[in-house]
Design a protein around this ligand. Structure first.
Ligand SMILES: Cc1ncc(COP(=O)(O)OP(=O)(O)O)c(N)n1
Ligand SMILES: Cc1ncsc1CCOP(=O)(O)O
Length: 219
């Protein structure tokens, strides 16, 4: 079995940025340029379109050996046998998801600026935790903010991979990596770009400069 490390650039598709064909075209451009983790985030209630798009992105990720993550929707993840699910405080509780899916599903949990929530998530079997927003986010302008020093404390107290999110770009991501983030989750800095491959290269360069890598581990 192949497992993808939760590290490097973590791309999040947002249907409002990528209507129609752009969702698949831009996702494939990012995967071709080396993206290893791709999340499907869609806040609409068009169930048929969500199923169609998630299944197509799942297949694309399989072709490129990347981890496909469904945001919020455990039922959708189950329906298409997605390998990973990301949940926040509005979504199904982690303990319930673990009871239902066992250990087979990779589950990431949003922890905002809350280290206690992250420690609970780790104890309940989260595969990674996410903190943010670290910068003003064009994609989710009203979201709450997290301070940079939280990442240093998270690094010290947690063993699971730590993902940073919120307004992250090639020109501000380095501090987050220096503070201990394993992965940088981005919407607009990647998929908002007219040249996704070039945007991907700029984001990947942050990890090279930080001395990290985006690895695929065989297990
Ligand atoms: C990797 C990653 N981190 C955080 C989020 C945000 O999740 P959540 O707080 O549940 O908000 P929505 O994305 O559902 O608006 C995420 N999606 N991915
Ligand atoms: C889903 C989410 N949660 C906190 S910020 C954010 C959006 C991140 O998008 P961007 O990279 O465009 O700021």
């Amino acid at each position: 079995m192949t497992t993808t490390a939760i590290a490097g650039v973590y791309g999040i598709t947002d249907s409002t940025l990528m209507p129609g064909d752009a969702l698949l075209c831009k996702s494939e451009a990012a995967l071709r340029a080396g993206l290893r983790i791709l999340q499907y985030r869609d806040k609409s209630d068009d169930a048929a379109r969500r199923l169609r798009e998630a299944a197509a992105l799942h297949a694309l990720c399989r072709d490129y050996g990347a981890l496909f993550v469904v945001n919020d929707d455990a039922a959708l993840a189950a329906k298409i046998a997605a390998p990973a699910l990301h949940v926040g405080r509005e979504d199904a509780p982690l303990a319930e998801l673990r009871r239902h899916f066992g250990g087979s599903l990779c589950i990431g949990v949003s922890c905002y600026d809350d280290l206690a929530r992250a420690e609970r998530a780790q104890a309940e079997g989260a595969d990674y935790v996410a903190f943010g927003a670290f910068f003003p986010s064009p994609s989710k302008p009203d979201t709450s903010r997290a301070p940079l020093h939280l990442l240093r404390e998270a690094r010290r107290r947690l063993q699971v991979p730590v993902v940073a999110i919120g307004g992250i770009r090639a020109d501000n991501g380095a501090d987050l990596l220096a503070a201990g983030a394993d992965a940088l989750a981005v919407i607009s800095a990647l998929f908002g770009s007219a040249d996704v491959a070039a945007a991907m290269r700029r984001l990947q360069a942050l990890f090279v400069l930080a001395g990290g890598s985006q690895t695929m581990e065989e297990s």
